[in-house]
Design a protein around this ligand. Structure first.
Ligand SMILES: Cc1cc2nc3c(=O)[nH]c(=O)nc-3n(C[C@H](O)[C@H](O)[C@H](O)COP(=O)(O)O)c2cc1C
Length: 228
C-alpha cells in the first residue's frame, strides 16, 4: 500500500494540477493518487505515515473554502472536521500556491494555516523551502527565513514550476524521503519579509533555492534539524 498520501484543496484547479504533477514526477506506487480534501475523511489522511498537503491562498490570506468565496468546501471546512484529531507520528510536507505580485503582502499565507494546524495536532512538519527566487514583500508562511513548505506561483512564475516539482521527484529517487527533509524551526515574529533576489531573472533566482531544497530533501550530509 502507498505510504505517502497526497491531498490538496483548490478553487480554480491550479493546485490540483500541481498535485498531479507531483504524483506524475514521483512515478512511484508508494505515493497515492491525489485526492481533493473536500472528498477526504480524517481516516483517509490517517491511513498514511507521510502526507503531502497542498493549498492555494485565497480571499484575504485564507485557505480555500466557502468563506474565501469558493464554490465548494475545501481546507477551511476540512480543518473544522479534523479538529481534535491527533496527527502524532505523521510526517507532513506542505506545498502552497500563491501570487507574489498581486498578493505580495500576503504571499502563500495559506501555508502557515496548514502548518499551524498540523503542527498543533502533533505532526512533524518537514520541507522548509528557501525564499530565494521569489519577489514578495511579506508572508506569514516564513519561519527562520524559509517558507514552511514549497511555494509555487503559477500566476507569475509558471516557468519555474516544472523545475521545482522535478527537484522533489529527484529527491524521491534517493529513497531517503521525508526523514531528511529539513524541519522548520521556531516561528519568528511576523516581521515583514524583504524582497528577495531582485535584479536577476526568475530562472537565476530560482536555482539556488531549488538546489538547496533538493539537498535538504536528499539529506546529503545535512543535519535534518538544522535547516537547509
Ligand atoms: C480572490 C483571490 C484571492 C487571492 N489571495 C491570495 C493571497 O492572499 N495570497 C496569495 O499568495 N495568493 C492569492 N491568490 C492567488 C492564488 O493563490 C493563485 O492564483 C492560485 O494559483 C490559485 O490556486 P487554485 O487554482 O488551486 O485555486 C488569490 C487569488 C484570488 C483569485
Amino acid at each position: 500500500m502507498a505510504r505517502i498520501g497526497l491531498f490538496f484543496g483548490t478553487n480554480s484547479g491550479s493546485t490540483r494540477k500541481i498535485a498531479k504533477q507531483i504524483k506524475k514526477r514521483f512515478d512511484d506506487d508508494t505515493m497515492a493518487e491525489p485526492v481533493n480534501i473536500n472528498k477526504a475523511t480524517v481516516d483517509d489522511l490517517l491511513a498514511y505515515d507521510y502526507l503531502i498537503l497542498g493549498t492555494p491562498t485565497l480571499g484575504d490570506g485564507l485557505l480555500p473554502g466557502i468563506e474565501a468565496e469558493c464554490d465548494d468546501e475545501s481546507w477551511a471546512e476540512a480543518l473544522v472536521k479534523f479538529k481534535g484529531t491527533s496527527f502524532a507520528g505523521k510526517t507532513v510536507a506542505l506545498f502552497g500556491l500563491g501570487d507574489q505580485d498581486t498578493y505580495g503582502h500576503e504571499f502563500v499565507n495559506g501555508l502557515i494555516l496548514l502548518y499551524d494546524f498540523f503542527k498543533d495536532a502533533g505532526a512533524k512538519i518537514v520541507g522548509a523551502w528557501p525564499t530565494d527566487g521569489y519577489d514578495f514583500t511579506e508572508s506569514q508562511s516564513v519561519i527562520d527565513d524559509k517558507f514552511v513548505g514549497l511555494a509555487i506561483d503559477q500566476d507569475i512564475q509558471p516557468e519555474l514550476t516544472a523545475e521545482r516539482v522535478e527537484r522533489l521527484a529527484q529527491a524521491d529517487r534517493s529513497r531517503v524521503r521525508f526523514e531528511h527533509l529539513s524541519t522548520t524551526g521556531r516561528r519568528s515574529p511576523s516581521a515583514p519579509t524583504p524582497c528577495r533576489g531582485q535584479g536577476r531573472s526568475h530562472e537565476e533566482r530560482a536555482r539556488p533555492a531549488a538546489r538547496a531544497w533538493a539537498g535538504g530533501f536528499c539529506g546529503r550530509g545535512l543535519d535534518p534539524d538544522s535547516g537547509l
